[in-house]
Design a protein around this ligand. Sequence first.
Ligand SMILES: Nc1ncnc2c1ncn2[C@@H]1O[C@H](COP(=O)(O)OP(=O)(O)OP(=O)(O)O)[C@@H](O)[C@H]1O
Length: 255
Amino acid sequence: MTPASPHRIPPAPLLRAQGLVKTHHGAGAPAHAVRGVDLTVHRGEFVAVTGPSGAGKSTLLHLLGGLQRPDSGSLWLDGAPTDAYTEARWAVARRKHIGIVFQFFNLVSNLSVADNVELPALLAGTTPKRARAEREALLAELGLAGKERSMPGELSGGEQQRVALARALVNHPPLLLADEPAGSLDSKGTREVMRLLTGFHQRGQTIVLVTHDARLASAADRVISFFDGRIADDAELTGAPARHAGISAVLELKG
Ligand SMILES: Nc1ncnc2c1ncn2[C@@H]1O[C@H](COP(=O)(O)OP(=O)(O)OP(=O)(O)O)[C@@H](O)[C@H]1O
């Protein structure tokens, strides 16, 4: 008698959002930035979220990275519910599981390039020797060897964004979130960011990229059109038909 084959449980999606809603209450009328988003991202995917200015793309990315809290809805990271996460717990989750790059780099201006990149590794408990080795490898890979002692203000925009990428990836997070990473760069810088994101993706990095730049979005293998706080379309770029052309539907992809 052959032994019964063990049931194989498929891995949980890296990211799953259900019913996310976020309204900003500023000085003017409330801004209904995210109006009910269901989204599943599996390991290895490169997802671009595109849409017009004000559609709510950045707000969605901030919700996915725990930088803002939804008014309602739930989010799972690697199968773990995050609804009860405190700010401190989110900070730990980001340090280990989520790298984030922003349009304006957000580097610490009075720290050197080397220290900017090593800091998140040290905060995550990596030994100084290992943090240094990780930093050296990443900066070399990103074409920044020799810039270790430079201060961020001494670098070009493209170089600063590469430092920001190194900082985001130094802890090998399973998920990279990028919010308009080429938004303040010229076309050469944009091409460079595209090349780097594509390279990391080809080596297995899961990426969710927010951009209004069609060129950058074309580097992804799945493009979500975001409009008025909702997913209006969700399509693979390989020529496959759109998986979703409505709003607020659960997306179960590549299951
Ligand atoms: N902190 C905030 N306070 C008040 N309103 C906000 C805040 N952040 C965003 N909004 C509003 O929420 C809506 C969505 O903004 P969001 O930045 O998410 O859109 P976006 O698609 O990323 O736009 P863009 O492409 O111009 O960056 C807009 O109407 C914006 O004015």
